[in-house]
Design a protein. Structure first.
Ligand SMILES: Nc1ncnc2c1ncn2[C@@H]1O[C@H](COP(=O)(O)OP(=O)(O)O)[C@@H](O)[C@H]1O
Ligand SMILES: [Mg+2]
Lengths: 255, 287
């Protein structure tokens, strides 16, 4: 695998809800260890698109995906690929924080490890601490690890979900508007976190907030009505877009 | 014009309120009068002797007690629960999590039909299967009948409880590389547990008062049961037999047993309420 090749690449990717095509023929190459933002008006298929990247789209009944998604060159939709293995490598953070309400903070983070068969208590302990530190939550919860996962604030819950996803050491982190339910302070904490994470992980973040895309992402994709309109360096896309539609969206001239 | 229409509506509103209150009273009067009547005549019978003593022979002036009937009823409930609860929970999980197909819809339909079945028919079924084949009334036959009555109650409440577990929690688990079945075993079941426990308690409350199936299946003796394959006493059968008997001391025992049964069912239902509410408060406090 050469330096320049993509971590994730999609080819002619279509996604359906029943007969409604929500993602239309997307081709994109996402580089490793970069943050990529996906912007676009609501309902344009951003969530559906990233849910195709870890095979979460298919857990909704009546859905279908065609085309290819290459993870380090291998199609995750090929026959014989287990979606469970894909999801271990490609983690996901959802729009609304969703910690397990009847599990402690510690058990929330340890869940993925334990369910993947890890029994070594010392290792789990270590990994939970490391993940919570990575998610910039450790200092706030270290004396309170037995408290329920929903006893903390919304912003802390979202960072808990990030720690939970990091604990199983995925290669790619998909984030679907992770700050949309949070206040500005919690949002800026998560943005700082994404900025750090992209050194070691490939991060793809959906956002409807263009300032956020500009702050955290190296590359930005603009989607409209299920199609990928433009994919460019973030600076380029916001300052000097190639497409008329992109220009109109970022200047707020349609909507 | 406008104020006249308003007056009219006010009057209609009053009338509707009065009618509603009248209906509530009409519904409560029989309930309360039965309760009061049974408790007035039944509670004075309560004593250590009443709860543990054996059933007096006909025509004697011994006071006696209903001990064997209490034990028999508990045995039938125990056997019924042992069969009905696990099968009910498994059916509920199946219908909720894997039931989006013909087989799942069939199971749900069968459960719905079973829930509306007259319990006497279920008693006849148990009679044909276990009384005839074992050569006489026995505890197993009673347990079988009760388990069939519990089954749809447990299955439906389990299904409802699991369907209420948010999709977001299932997706959280799936997105961590946890398989569907492991997700159900951990996240779905642990979040549905309060609802499942409520269903179990409700189903036990339901069969505690069942009389028709026991009349047909467990038979009758005056003594404490020693094995489960022989006839035994039970509360509903005791009440039925003693109420229609000509002996005063038996009438007293029937009143006492009725009060005991009512309090038991009432207690179970109140416990279910407390568990259900307690669970919700707990959840609120944590948020
Ligand atoms: N669960 C669903 N069932 C049916 N259609 C859906 C569902 N979720 C999304 N869609 C449709 O797919 C399209 C894209 O939705 P989505 O990917 O959620 O957009 P975005 O994340 O950009 O707001 C929308 O037109 C929406 O109506
Ligand atoms: Mg979305």
């Amino acid at each position: 695998m050469g330096e320049s090749s993509a971590k994730i690449e999609t080819r002619e990717l279509d996604a359906y809800f029943g007969s409604n095509k929500a993602v239309k023929g997307i081709d994109i190459k996402v580089k490793a260890n970069h943050a990529t933002a996906i912007i676009g008006p609501s309902g344009c298929g951003k969530s559906t698109f990233i849910r195709c990247l870890n095979r979460m789209h298919e857990v909704v009944p009546g859905t279908r995906v065609t085309g290819e998604v290459l993870l380090e060159g291998e199609d995750i939709y090929s026959r014989g690929t287990n979606p469970v293995d894909v999801r271990r490598r490609v983690g996901m953070i959802f729009q609304k924080p969703n910690p397990f309400p009847n599990a402690s903070i510690f058990d929330n983070v340890a869940y993925g490890l334990r369910m993947n068969g890890i029994r070594d208590k010392a290792f789990i302990q270590e990994q939970v601490e490391r993940s919570l530190k990575q998610a910039a939550l450790w200092d706030e919860v270290k004396d309170n690890l037995d408290a329920s996962g929903v006893s903390i604030s919304g912003g802390q819950q979202q960072r808990l979900c990030i720690a939970r996803a990091m604990a199983i050491e995925p290669e790619v982190l998909l984030m679907d508007e992770p700050c949309s339910a949070l206040d500005p302070i919690a949002t800026s904490k998560i943005e700082d976190l994404i900025f750090d994470l992209k050194n070691d992980y490939t991060v793809i973040i959906v956002t409807h907030n263009m300032q956020q895309a500009a702050r955290v992402a190296d590359w930005t994709a603009f989607m409209y009505l299920g199609e990928l309109i433009e994919f460019n360096k973030t600076k380029r896309l916001f300052e000097n877009p190639e497409e008329e539609l992109t220009e109109r969206y970022i200047t707020g001239r349609f909507g | 014009m406008n104020s006249k229409g308003f007056r009219k509506r006010m009057i209609k509103d009053r009338l509707a309120t009065v009618a509603a209150v009248a209906c509530v009273i009409a519904a409560l009067v029989p309930l309360v009068s039965i309760l009061v009547d049974v408790l007035i005549k039944g509670l004075p019978q309560f004593s250590f002797e009443f709860l543990t003593g054996t059933i007096p022979p006909p025509g004697s002036d011994e006071v006696g007690g209903i001990g064997p009937a209490i034990v028999g009823t508990l045995a039938a409930i125990g056997i019924g629960s042992l069969i009905g609860i696990p099968i009910g929970i498994v059916s509920g999980i199946f219908v909720s999590e894997y039931g989006d197909n013909l087989f799942g819809r069939t199971v749900r339909f069968v459960m719905d039909v079973l829930a509306g079945f007259p319990s006497i028919i279920i008693g006849i079924f148990a009679y044909l299967v276990l009384v005839v084949s074992l050569g006489g009334p026995n505890a197993f036959a009673g347990g079988l009948a009760l388990s069939i009555i519990m089954l749809p109650v447990v299955a439906r409440t389990t299904e409802e409880a699991l369907k209420l577990v948010p999709t977001s929690l299932r997706e959280a688990s799936l997105s961590l590389g946890v398989s569907r079945s492991a997700t159900i075993r951990t996240v779905v079941l642990s979040n549905g547990k309060p609802g499942i426990i409520t269903g179990i308690m409700l189903s036990i409350a339901r069969i505690t008062g069942e009389s028709a199936p026991l009349l047909l299946t467990v038979g009758w003796t005056a003594f404490y049961p020693t094995t489960l394959s022989q006839p035994m006493a039970s509360m509903p059968v005791l009440i039925y037999q003693f109420a229609i008997s000509p002996f005063d001391n038996w009438h007293d025992l029937a009143w006492g047993a009725s009060a005991f049964l009512i309090l038991l069912v009432l207690g179970l239902n109140i416990t279910v309420r407390i568990i259900a509410h307690g669970g919700r408060h707990l959840f609120k406090r944590r948020r």
